[in-house]
Write a protein that binds this ligand. Structure first.
Ligand SMILES: Cc1cc2nc3c(=O)[nH]c(=O)nc-3n(C[C@H](O)[C@H](O)[C@H](O)COP(=O)(O)O)c2cc1C
Length: 386
């Protein structure tokens, strides 16, 4: 008898041959591994992802949208894959903006253990890093089932001590919605971010999310330019402040506006009752040639003041990057591509291993900059030439 491991629910299955399905969580054999295959390290998760994402993403140590990476080099005129829109300038701007910020190394003072804990919308988290809303992994070489992708992200995030967000795309419908299927499977411990669909459809999706006990809901307002959604009969729209206000009033849950890059628009969303401003350019996937998120974040924080919750995502690859985003004004930081790769590579286990690694490097970054708590991260730890 052989032992098999379900990378979504961690069940050990005794069977002569590889099981077709995990009887516990219904994950299919793409998520089931033999004992020797179970990754022990992030490197092994990346190796698994690299094989499964062949021709789409090589899970490079530096994921920056440059032309020497297959996502950008081969994308021209092809589906976007994991790359950025157009020439990938916004994707690169995200990583470049972070690279251009430097940390002040501080070594004097009392010895301490950095405290990474924080609270996000009243939820206690071990560290201020979350899985960003992403969707569509199933379409990459048919590497995994989309609901299992979403479940892996939500479960892996929870096991690492944080919470996962989930996205929305053209093959998510009211009847079969992988994000909401996963929310249900995880007792609502997650946050769905919907595309800016019609108000009526959004209300139905929000009602479902409420019913499953989700912790918040939101829209990626920057998803309004998606042409594939319309081609697939699921049109998306620009939203007015009134539309947002209507949705905020409609739901009992805190509302997140994602894809905000302009201080004035951030303020308008706050005035409409939005609880979280998610500063993001969608990983550079919706408009080429925007500034990097790390460039716009301090301007948006300055405009909104300290009482509004702000998240940031785009190009964050390490705990050092996380600390920079916190110091620039984010309350929490989101990871996109890295979490997709981790889930494709090794399901829940991959996501957990990835997030735990980020927490470790965040702790190191905090220690070496003399940042005792997350709240203490501010511009004083950033190098300023003047
Ligand atoms: C393949 C892929 C799919 C994505 N799908 C969504 C989505 O459905 N909804 C959404 O709000 N953002 C989506 N995003 C954007 C992410 O939430 C996030 O803003 C971005 O990936 C952060 O940049 P990073 O990948 O450099 O970490 C997607 C990003 C990628 C790479």
């Amino acid at each position: 008898m052989n032992q098999w491991y379900c990378s979504v629910c961690h069940e050990i299955i005794n069977n002569e041959n590889k099981p077709e399905i995990c009887e516990i969580c219904r994950a299919d054999k793409r998520m089931i591994m033999n004992q020797q295959e179970i990754p022990q390290s992030l490197e092994q998760v990346r190796d698994l992802a690299r094989t499964k994402l062949k021709g789409i993403c090589a899970a490079y140590p530096s994921c920056d949208g440059s032309f020497d990476k297959i996502c950008q080099r081969e994308a021209y005129g092809k589906p976007i894959g994991l790359g950025g829109a157009g020439q990938g300038r916004s994707f690169r701007a995200n990583t470049e903006a972070l690279a251009n910020i430097q940390l002040n190394m501080s070594v004097l003072g009392d010895h301490f253990e950095p405290d990474t804990s924080c609270s996000f919308l009243g939820i206690d988290l071990k560290f201020p890093v979350m899985a960003s809303s992403t969707a569509g992994a199933q379409k990459y070489n048919d590497a995994l089932d989309e609901t299992m992708f979403c479940t892996s992200v939500l479960k892996g995030s929870k096991e690492a001590g944080t919470i996962g967000l989930r996205g929305d795309t053209w093959f998510y419908t009211l009847d079969d919605n992988p994000s909401l299927n996963a929310m249900k499977a995880c007792d609502g411990y997650g946050i769905p971010i919907f595309k800016p669909r019609s108000q009526d459809i959004l209300k139905k999706l929000i009602e479902r999310a409420e019913g499953y006990g989700c912790k918040a809901v939101g829209i990626d307002l920057d998803g309004c330019g998606s042409t594939i959604m319309a081609r697939q009969g699921q049109p998306v729209f620009r939203k007015t402040v009134k539309d947002i206000e209507e949705l905020v009033k409609f739901t009992t849950l805190p509302f997140i506006a994602k894809g905000i890059m302009m201080p004035d628009e951030a303020q308008k969303c706050v005035d409409a009752g939005v609880k979280v401003i998610a500063v993001s350019n969608h990983g550079g996937r919706v408009l080429d040639s925007t500034p990097g998120v790390a460039t716009m974040l301090p301007l948006i924080r300055k405009k909104l003041g300290n009482s509004v919750t702000i998240t940031a995502d785009g190009g964050v690859r390490t705990g050092y990057d996380v600390l920079k985003m916190l110091a620039l004004g984010a309350d929490a930081v989101l990871l996109g591509r890295d979490i997709i790769r981790a889930a494709v590579g090794a399901g829940t286990l991959g996501v957990k291993l990835h997030l735990e690694h980020i927490r470790k490097t965040l702790k190191k970054a905090m220690f070496m900059t003399g940042t005792k708590t997350v709240k203490m991260a501010d511009s004083r730890i950033l190098f300023n030439r003047n």
